[in-house]
Design a protein around this ligand. Structure first.
Ligand code: 9MR
Length: 733
């Protein structure tokens, strides 16, 4: 049924689980059948000690409202139903004590004395000596004016890469217009002089990724370097952009700097990260309860581990071996590429390239940064003598979700080691094996330690092939559940083979389903699908791999790149993303496909691949339906309110925004967080209408499913931007 446009309560029928609802001192017992039931703690003093409620309720003074719901209690109790302010002085405009027993419907009409968008609907259920169960459903507050639909600020209809184009790279733009035929355009330099003009090409039919009518145009022929270019179409001017051989240099550095600022277990200094200084997080100093001696979850072992260090995963302060694995891999791979790619334009990263405390130790900074995480991954290995020795704990994180913001050193939550998993163990085996060969030149002892850990992990995974993290283990941290680990086995075997050259690992590769199955999924690789990581390395890194296998590996990379390019060619916005691929972290899906296409360029030198990578980056940096550069600090209109407990500026102006170079997760049709769901889904029509895929995004700190930061997304950005930065003036006549 279509929702009344004046409805102010979100998810009042609990059809989206507990989304949008909060509880204080009550734990949801069940959600379903149109209601939420909560276990209410006994022995509290006041009704307001225990609450089920919802914030962000819009209220208009002197307007009439109807407040309706059903409620029940498993034993005679009372609920104080209120409509009030969610912040001080918590004034109520409606308040009613209602005796509860078997389920009953209630409806009240009142006139609001409040004018606010910080209203709250609350069911106060504290003050009872004994514990009881409260159920509520069908919650509705109708009245006032209809809620205006959310309209994003998309700026001018001319969409360009707001950061910059390489002088001899492709230069494409997309224009939102209903014009049926070609329309004229011109490129102006910063002095306002027109340097090129032409006419647009209408896209065939509606662009389904955006629901828009669009045209495309190509101004690749403009090769003169300069800042402040604009593209003018039909009298509408794009955001400015540069044309420069160094367009990506600063972004490469900033994208990698993100990892330093995300570090756990070390103070972040203003000297290295101005505005981001903070004490070391989770080093066993109160109020922290981790990470220097973290106990296993009940039933998962009788020991504690020092698992300090590493990077905070994302907007939360959990640390996950599975996601740490792919992020570490991408940083190491970015470095290894500079040793192996025939067409690199820059020398290998050096000591002093990045802003890290290890500067001056004679080791390339990128390796220092990756080692910060690798050391953590090694600490997550179950020690000898314990059950499951050699496996890796899946993750360590808070027992309960904390609010936003939360300085890491102030996090008071207990933390636990969650049970080991085969996936985590193989992530450790793969990255430690990769590290073993790359650190050998700089620190043989560490390299040896990595290799030993990798072998131990491999053997442990062989002995425990099917130990999986539960999807339900998602309180206080994400699940990163993955029950198909054939790809993890393939990746680990590949890294172990490349590093050791041992026949046993080659045999494993040949026996793997991926010997014949395609390791490059249509929707790209990611933390859950990692066979591609092994295949990319087999194709590019020198090893004793027989020529036939290597050639086949290379051919598979090129074939995958061709498929991804084909997807991009069907898109008026030029990115290799199909409409069904706008998932959680879709920007990383785009970037990871670009990494495959880039590798095809490194292998073949065919300019089509390089162009595809650069065009894909255009999408990330502003050539998209939202006119949004998804990278903080880059582009005129950029994402800077990403979901994060560390960078809470959107909530507390005294705190910083995410550091420049932080990429947002990106459009996600799942709209799994209440902020995005409530704002972007139109429920006044039946069935509810979701926006077109590209519009499933909001730059709001509360939208974790579309707008979080994460190490595996910044590692993908770092990899691809490093490739782009390396291109410089390539393609020049
Ligand atoms: O990136 C992850 C995405 O693929 C999953 O669909 C999603 C839900 O399980 O979780 C994402 O990872 C989050 C993790 O669970 C916890 N830290 C933040 C991560 C990024 O949102």
């Amino acid at each position: 049924m279509a929702q009344d446009p004046r409805e102010k309560v979100f998810n009042g029928d609990f059809s989206e689980g507990a989304n949008g609802w909060f509880t204080v001192q009550a734990t949801p017992a069940s959600v379903g059948d149109g209601k939420l039931c909560a276990n209410v703690q006994g022995g509290t003093q006041a009704p307001s000690d225990v609450i089920v409620g919802q914030n962000d309720i819009l209220l208009q003074q002197d307007k009439s409202y109807t407040f309706a719901f059903t409620a029940s209690a498993n034993q005679p109790s009372t609920v104080k139903a209120q409509v009030q302010l969610s912040e001080e002085p918590y004034t109520a405009t409606f308040s009613q004590d209602i005796p509860l027993g078997p389920e009953q419907s209630h409806a009240f009409t009142f006139t609001s004395s409040l004018e606010t968008d910080h209203g709250q609907v609350s069911f106060q259920i504290g003050g009872n000596p004994a514990a009881w169960v409260f159920c509520v459903g069908g919650v509705s507050l109708t009245g006032g004016d209809p809620v205006p639909p959310y309209v994003p600020d998309t700026g001018p209809p001319v969409r360009v890469n707001q950061v910059g184009y390489l002088p001899f790279g492709p230069k494409h733009a997309t224009v939102v217009t209903d014009a049926p035929g070609p329309i004229p355009w011109q490129v102006n330099n910063s002095a306002g002089v027109t340097v090129m003009s032409g006419t647009s090409t209408p896209a065939a039919g509606l662009d389904t990724s955006s629901g828009q009518q669009v045209h495309t145009l190509d101004f690749s022929a403009v090769t003169q370097a300069g800042t402040g270019y604009t593209l003018i179409v039909d009298g509408q001017t794009s955001y400015p952009f540069d044309i420069s051989a160094t367009a990506y240099d600063q972004l490469r550095s900033d994208a990698l700097h993100f990892f330093y600022v995300q570090r756990s277990g070390i103070p972040i200094t203003d000297a290295l990260a101005p505005g981001y200084a903070r004490p070391a997080g989770h080093v066993g100093v109160a109020p922290n309860q981790g990470d220097t001696s973290v106990p296993c979850q009940p039933g998962a072992g009788d020991y504690q581990l020092d698992v300090s260090g590493g990077w905070y995963d994302a907007g939360d302060e959990g640390k996950y071996v599975v996601n740490g694995g792919i992020a570490t891999y991408q940083l190491l791979s970015l470095y290894e590429r500079t040793l192996t790619a025939p067409r690199r334009r820059l020398g290998p990263p050096r000591d002093g390239d990045l802003r890290v405390p290890e500067h001056g130790n004679g080791v390339p900074d990128i390796l220092d940064e990756a080692r910060w995480e690798l050391e953590f991954l090694l600490r997550m290995q179950v020690p000898a003598g314990q059950p499951l020795a050699g496996m890796a704990h899946h993750k360590v994180h808070d027992d309960n979700w904390t609010g936003l913001p939360m300085a890491p050193d102030q996090d008071p939550q207990p933390r636990h080691l969650h049970p080991p998993s085969t996936a985590a163990t193989l992530n450790l085996a793969a990255t430690a094996a990769q590290g073993a060969r790359l650190y050998m030149r700089f620190d043989q002892g560490f390299a040896q330690r990595c290799l030993t850990a990798a072998r131990t992990a491999w053997a442990a995974a062989q002995a425990h092939r099917d130990v999986h993290a539960s999807k339900a283990d998602a309180t206080g941290g994400g699940p990163y559940n993955d029950c198909d680990v054939t790809d993890e086995f393939y990746w680990a075997a590949a890294e172990l083979f490349i590093t050791t050259g041992e026949q046993a690992f080659l045999d494993e590769l040949r026996a793997s389903p991926y010997a014949t199955d395609d390791p490059f999924p249509p929707s790209g690789f990611g933390w859950q699908q990692v066979a591609a990581l092994g295949r990319l390395d087999l194709a590019t890194v020198p090893s004793p791999l027989p020529d036939g296998d290597r050639n086949a590996a290379r051919a598979s990379v090129v074939a995958a790149a061709d498929r991804y390019l084909q997807t991009a060619q069907g898109q008026a916005y030029g990115m290799p993303l199909a409409d069904n691929e706008y998932v959680w972290g879709s920007n990383s899906v785009v970037l990871n496909k670009l990494a495959v296409i880039a590798t095809a360029f490194d292998l073949t030198g065919d300019q089509r691949y390089r162009d595809g990578v650069l065009e894909g980056l255009d999408y990330i940096l502003g050539r998209n339906a939202l006119n949004e550069s998804y990278v903080t600090g880059y582009g005129r209109h950029n994402s800077h309110n990403q979901h994060s407990r560390l960078y809470g500026h959107a909530i507390d102006p005294a705190l910083p925004e995410p550091p420049a170079g932080s990429i947002a997760g990106g459009p996600n049709v799942g709209l799994e967080d209440p902020k995005a769901s409530r704002l972007l889904i139109d429920r006044t029509v039946d069935p509810p209408r979701r926006p077109a895929p590209q519009f499933c995004y909001i730059d709001d700190i509360q939208s974790w499913s579309t707008n979080e930061v994460a190490i595996n997304w910044n590692s993908a950005l770092s990899w691809v931007v490093s490739f782009a930065a390396d291109q410089k003036n390539i393609g020049a006549p």
